[in-house]
Design a protein around this ligand. Sequence first.
Ligand SMILES: NC(=O)c1ccc[n+]([C@@H]2O[C@H](COP(=O)([O-])OP(=O)(O)OC[C@H]3O[C@@H](n4cnc5c(N)ncnc54)[C@H](O)[C@@H]3O)[C@@H](O)[C@H]2O)c1
Length: 338
Amino acid sequence: MKTIKTAVLGYGYWGPNIVRNLNKLSGTEIKYIVDLDQQKRNQASEDYPSIEVTSNADDIINNPDIDALVIATPPSTHFGLASKSLANGKHVLIEKPIAQTSKDSQKLIELAKDNDLILMVDHTFIYSGAVKQIKSILKNRELGDLWYVDSVRINLGIIQKDVNVVWDLAPHDLSILEYIIEANPVSVSATGLSPENYVGAPLEGIAYLTIKYDNGVLAHLHLSWLAPVKMRRMMFGGSKKFLVYDHLDPEHQVKIYDKAIGKTPEGNYQILSERKEGDMYAPKIDQKEPLEEMVEHFIESISTNQSPISDGISGRNIVIIIEAAINSMENDGVEIKL
Ligand SMILES: NC(=O)c1ccc[n+]([C@@H]2O[C@H](COP(=O)([O-])OP(=O)(O)OC[C@H]3O[C@@H](n4cnc5c(N)ncnc54)[C@H](O)[C@@H]3O)[C@@H](O)[C@H]2O)c1
């Protein structure tokens, strides 16, 4: 099978993780790492002496020897770099968010379609063992009907320069929700707070989003760059059971609590089971690094010419929700219909 020759644009915080995982794969070879910053280029040369390092993305985008580009630069550069790459016949894997407007996201989808190319977004978490397991638990109706999802994704920084906390963190929750609950969002309301007074940054560093889905699920996301504790916790409340997904729990990422409210024969609601030892179980989770699974899926999608799970459409769906959330934040949290 032909070796897929790739280049990675951006070697800041996330780019090195992409390179580390892509470099492990067979069937592909990283030919270039590109970064505008001299220090990052020096670091890349030190980390990977056999990979060529350069500052000029255009040269690489125009290089006929390159089959695919991975874009790990800041969100404000995604559309420009991705549209040029697709127009030049390159398959593209782009970091979340795919672009900064749904219009630009749609243009990328069309460019990929017209040129018969793979366009994929790095929605990392949907490639994790935990999220795949939760999807199957919900599909098997172990939780009963899913009623609500409560997510807390908070930590201290990194405060991004070109986007607010919603653009930075919400793609994780929204892509997990899209993948797991397989329903369409119908409305979003959001409120946010700018950390200007704390750190001099102009964009919202805390946000609360409420999203309603067409299957009745209610989701609430708490996002923050200003919390001194790091939490990555999603809670799924069902009619029969309650599931907690704690991405940072090294032992039990997923826990299922056998506790529910149900009707008594007389028609009253009551707690069906009491809180006690044995009410919870934690299934075994595949611990393969999600990013490895993600880059593998990109290369496989190119080889088989199959649309990836997190394709351009999925990327655009997430951007549509974020646009509505920002619209709501700018209008005192009013509910925006999608
Ligand atoms: N999937 C995840 O879990 C995850 C986690 C963190 C970041 N990200 C995403 O990764 C992307 C990058 O984020 P980051 O935190 O690494 O940012 P960063 O600022 O640390 O790094 C970006 C790098 O891109 C370089 N760059 C900018 N414009 C360039 C250009 N035109 N050509 C070449 N290099 C260029 C910069 O010099 C910088 O080194 C963002 O889209 C972010 O949302 C994803």
